[in-house]
Design a protein around this ligand. Sequence first.
Ligand code: F3S
Length: 428
Amino acid sequence: MQLNDQEQDVLDGSEGSARAHAMSLLVKYGIALGAEKLVDTNSVCGGVVGSLPGRRDVLPPEKRDNMDAVYSLLSLDSDVTMHIPPVKTNTYKLIEAMDPDHYDVQGVAESTQRLVKDTAKFCSRIGVQTCNTCAPYLVGNVPIFGEHCAWMESSAVIYINSVIGARSNVEGAHSAAAASLVGKIPYWGYHVPENRLGSHLIEVDCSIETNLDWGLMGYWVGEMVKENVPVLSGIKGIPNTNDLKHFGAAAGSSGGVEMYHLAGITPEAPTLKAAFGGHKPKETIQFGLAERRKAYDYFSTGKDLNIDFIVLGCPHSSLEQIRQVAALLEDKKLSPNTALWMFTPNALKTVATKMGYTKIFEQAGAYIMSDSCAALSKVAPAGAKVAATNSCKQAHYLPATLGLETWLGTTEQCVQAAITGRWEEGLK
Ligand code: F3S
């Protein structure tokens, strides 16, 4: 790999041991992937691990409260404790283990609360923005077209690659942490223009209307194309951020898709021909009502119609999605046996509270939760066995991570089930 003088100096230790180690990690990572150079980045999203119970147990007991030691090992893969300097890039923290305003509702032990608090303090010290969300593009981290980024979180990477035209691979905890310290990332994968061209053509011949429709189509497309770049044609109208959030999250969960094009809609696909760079698609696949049904049936793991837990906000919800649910909950009460948690970034929770939405949720017996999520934070109401969600990604993970039987439906179906306590079956 070719390094410029500045990169070589950092590698040689001119900016201290932590940045030298970070540069060396990125060089090894780049060489392993065949990258010939590094590129500058000023947009990183990563996880500052160490707040989930058990994660620090790999450190000797005397080091578990030392965040430099925790970060050195868990985020930078170094047994040697380094003093961690401030980050050099605009760095956002992804999802946190718990919602600090709802420790009681989420049943968080005091020992875990302490882990969350000292992780937040450490983030402030090194300048990592504690937006604690899987949807940083909803709260101010919006890269520009063509910008090189180093983001973790598949649903966020597919969004910025496809909808914005920024450039990122799905990074791991170590590469994202290293990138934040030196402002570099290896030039490979979706940083390279030719790798961003479409591979498979998906001809859509049914109308795609709700967030659930977009999620089902995304899940099915991911199954079909795996880690390739699908190009969808035949989409009627212009989807919104919420639709594409659900589409990308689902395609990333079922197949590992990190980039897609919507012909005539997304920025690198002004035409079908441009999306494929003038090449022929490897395969042409149809998506219609039969495929939508197949994707839905895949998720029918629910058997019991009595619902304990409704999960909304995967990926984290926008204000508009909160507003929609608040309108459905106004002057209603949830069934005494059913909980409804809607997840959102903490910044949007603040606005939701000012707008009066939080009060409407609480009067109905529901919660707007921030920072965390049911499936990845592994939090659910005590004793919950049967869940329902409007998100294919959440439905993909809930049975495995929390052992919940899961139903999938529209937002309206989910809110209705929270009120009646019963699931009304069927694909709407
Ligand atoms: Fe976000 Fe959790 Fe879904 S991290 S994308 S809400 S599984």
